[in-house]
Structure formats: structure tokens, C-alpha cells
Design a protein around this ligand. Structure first.
Ligand SMILES: Nc1ncnc2c1ncn2[C@@H]1O[C@H](COP(=O)(O)OP(=O)(O)O)[C@@H](O)[C@H]1O
Ligand SMILES: [Mg+2]
Length: 407
């Protein structure tokens, strides 16, 4: 009987959940793996933290410190270190009653910084002003912000984390205005700390903004595998129960994370996901097999994420590739294009030229979803030889694309 089957499934599920609830986890405190968690110790960044503190020190005597530009690849401890220095200064602010305000803004956050208006309004609000979410002329919002800062004698340090995202969204005008802010202030001053994961960001800036923002620069280099091991060991002590991490696990996470560049975030994510997989598979310990599984899972999730956030045309191109690909044999741009054109009429998408589709195919190659090699066909011109890797979860991706394209 059908209902019996459903009932049995439910019972199994209940059993699973009961087992799960009563089972001991390999974790002691999983919170230590959340991005916002502040570790008890920051390893290998003493010099950089000290340099940063020295650059900012004049602020304690209400002298304006140089603007500072902090840069380095993702997961090199920039946000953590800047926040640590800010915390140190804030302690002095309280104990010595210094009129210093440190503001931290992450420019990646949409609701705060996707327009010039929003960001300046948010800054004014930090100084107690009420600003409507829209409606005022931008100049007016600037004025309200400047007046709010200048209400009393004080120092302000404005940290703009992921500042490269800001110029991507709003252009460099906003940053230019912020670097000129002290011309508008008489009782107070503002020093900027810009943080960027993009190493080329400053060079691409308007030279006036560039020279002002990077009066001082600090480069955060990638960690090496041994340094990452030490960071993971510290965090594992806080996060995992005793004797739950098998031999070689930390080493493997570190080696994987150091392979591209020494990214501590990636390493911590690997260790956390490995722990979760160990819990799910009823193992008492995290093993190196879990690390391999975790590495695959993270890559897979990231790829699925990337596919679902691609523009419609790229999704249509990928769908056409997956649909025309027959396994081992490579396919060619022309075949994909025929399918794509037909797909466009089905989905009300404006068809692009074959040449443009070919560009999109090469972008999909760079994303790592497929491989597309240009081959010459003599006097017939060039085409791309497209291969869908066996490891690609084509069925999953197909489902995501069908949803996205309303098929
Ligand atoms: N030196 C370190 N010691 C301990 N944890 C670190 C260290 N550097 C980075 N981390 C951890 O790695 C993750 C990424 O660090 P973060 O400061 O956000 O990097 P970035 O801002 O450079 O991308 C965070 O979870 C952070 O706590
Ligand atoms: Mg950061």
C-alpha cells in the first residue's frame, strides 16, 4: 500500500532525526567558524597590525593621520586585522575619553552602498541625523553629513571595506568627494582606511583619488601552508571537541588552501565542511577523506552558485551546450548556435550573433564550467571545440538552467 510506504519513510526520517539529535558532534562550538567570529589570537599579523597602529596613532592627539590603503588577496586577514586595530583604539577612546569615532562600512552590502545617496545617508545617520531613504538631492545629503561631522571638535576614521565594490557600483565620484571631505570641515577631520581584495584597484583609480587614498599603503601577503596550519590549529582547539580531528586533516586543508593562494577563509571553510560531513556520515572523527569530499562539495556549490547568477544569455548558451553535447565527442560552436537560436524563440530571448555567442562560450570556459578550445578550420575560419567535463554535474546544472530560463 502506498500510504504504508510513506509512513515507513516518515518513520525512517524520524529515526534519523532522533539519532542525529542524540549523536555527539565532532564540533564543540561551531560558532567559531562563522565569518563574523573574532579568534582569540591573530597569528602572523603582528607586524602589519603594529604598522597600522603607528600610522593611525596621531589621531589620539587629534592630529589627522594619513589616509591608508590596505590591500591583499581574499582571506589574508585584512578585515580581521583592521577591526582588531579599531577595537584597540576604541578601548583608548573610552578609557581616555578621546573624541574619536571609528566607522566601519562594508561596501559589498547592497542596502548600504549601492548608490552614493545611500552611503552618504547612512554615514549621516551614524552621526544621529534622520535622512529619508530617498528624495533629497545628493548635494543636500552631503551637506547634512558634513554638518553632522563638524558639530563638535572630533576625529573620525572611516573604514571602507571592499572599497573596490563601491567604485564598481557608484563610479569614483563618491570616493573623490570623500577624499576631499576635510576641505569642508573646520572643527573636525576624517581619515580614510580603504580595504581592497583587488590588487589592481588603486592603479585604475583617478590619479587624484589614488594619491589621496593611498598616502600610506599596507600589503597583506598570502599565508603559506605552514602559517595556515597554525591558524587552523588554533581555531580547531576552539571549535572541535577533543580528539575529533584525524591525522593529516589540518595539513590537507592547509595544503589545499595554499594551492591557489594562502586564503585562510577557504581553509577554515574546508575544515568546517569536513566536520559537517563527518557528522553526517556518523563518523566519530574527521578524516582526510572528508577533506577531499569537502573540497569537492565546496567547488560544486560554488559552481552551481555561479551558474545560477549568470546573465540570461550565458545561461542560454550553457543550456544549449549541455543539451547538444553527447558525452565523449567534442561539439562545435555552429551546432550549439543552431540549438541556441531555437531556444531563443522558445524563451523570448533576443538571439545574439554567432560571434557574440562564441565570446560568451569563452567566458564560460574561464568560469570553469566547460572547456572551449579555438581551432582553425583553414579557409572556413575558426570555431571552438567545446567539451563538457565528465565531472560537471550536468543534470543538476540543467535543472537550474531550466528554472532560470522558465523552460
Ligand atoms: N592571522 C589570522 N589568525 C586567525 N584567523 C585568521 C587570520 N587571518 C585570517 N583569519 C580568518 O580567516 C578568515 C578571513 O579573514 P579576513 O580578515 O576576513 O580576510 P580578508 O579581509 O583579507 O579577506 C576570517 O574568518 C578570519 O577570522
Ligand atoms: Mg575582508
Amino acid at each position: 500500500m502506498r500510504s504504508c510506504g510513506v509512513f515507513r519513510l516518515q518513520q525512517e526520517l524520524v529515526q534519523f532525526l532522533e539519532d542525529f539529535a542524540s549523536k555527539k558532534s565532532v564540533f564543540k562550538n561551531k560558532k567559531v567558524f562563522q565569518p563574523s567570529y573574532k579568534p582569540a589570537t591573530i597569528l602572523h599579523r603582528n607586524d602589519l597590525i603594529e604598522q597600522m597602529a603607528k600610522i593611525l596613532a596621531p589621531v589620539l592627539k587629534l592630529e589627522k593621520p594619513s589616509n591608508l590603503f590596505v590591500y591583499g588577496k581574499t582571506g589574508t586577514g585584512k578585515t580581521l586585522s583592521v577591526k582588531d586595530v579599531a577595537e584597540g583604539f576604541n578601548k583608548l577612546v573610552i578609557s581616555k575619553n578621546i573624541p574619536l569615532k571609528i566607522l566601519y562600512i562594508n561596501c559589498k552590502l547592497k542596502r548600504i552602498s549601492d548608490t552614493e545617496y545611500r552611503l552618504i545617508a547612512q554615514l549621516a545617520r551614524e552621526f544621529g541625523k534622520t535622512i529619508p531613504p530617498t528624495g533629497l538631492p545628493t548635494d543636500e545629503v552631503y551637506k547634512l553629513f558634513f554638518n553632522a561631522v563638524d558639530e563638535s571638535e572630533r576625529a573620525v576614521i572611516l573604514v571602507l571595506d571592499e572599497v573596490d565594490q563601491l567604485t564598481k557600483k557608484t563610479g569614483s565620484e563618491l570616493l573623490y568627494n570623500l577624499t576631499r571631505i576635510n576641505e569642508e570641515l573646520s572643527k573636525s577631520f576624517v581619515s580614510l582606511i580603504g580595504i581592497s581584495n583587488d590588487l589592481n584597484f588603486v592603479d585604475a583609480l583617478d590619479p587624484r583619488v589614488k594619491s589621496s587614498l593611498s598616502e600610506e599603503e599596507l600589503l597583506f601577503p598570502p599565508y603559506n601552508a605552514v602559517q595556515i596550519q597554525e591558524i587552523l590549529n588554533e581555531r580547531a582547539k576552539e571549535g572541535f571537541a577533543k580528539n575529533k580531528i584525524g591525522q593529516g586533516v589540518i595539513e590537507k586543508c592547509s595544503a589545499y588552501a595554499a594551492r591557489e593562494h594562502g586564503d585562510a577563509r577557504r581553509a577554515l571553510e574546508l575544515l568546517r565542511v569536513s566536520g559537517e560531513l563527518a557528522d553526517r556520515s556518523n563518523n566519530q572523527k574527521v578524516t582526510t577523506e572528508h577533506v577531499d569530499e569537502a573540497e569537492e562539495k565546496i567547488d560544486r556549490d560554488r559552481l552551481l552558485d555561479a551558474v545560477s547568477t549568470q546573465p540570461k544569455q550565458a545561461q542560454a548558451a550553457l543550456y544549449s551546450i549541455i543539451s547538444t553535447s553527447s558525452g565523449k565527442q567534442p561539439i562545435f560552436t555552429g551546432t550549439v548556435y543552431e540549438f541556441y537560436k531555437e531556444l531563443c524563440t522558445r524563451t523570448d530571448l533576443r538571439p545574439l550573433t554567432q560571434r557574440r555567442l562564441s565570446d560568451i562560450i569563452s567566458e564560460l570556459d574561464m568560469l570553469g564550467v566547460i572547456t572551449a578550445r579555438v581551432i582553425s578550420k583553414g579557409r572556413y575560419g575558426r570555431t571552438r571545440e567545446i567539451v563538457v567535463p565528465k565531472t560537471l554535474q550536468a543534470a543538476n546544472i540543467r535543472r537550474i538552467l531550466q528554472d532560470a530560463l522558465n523552460l
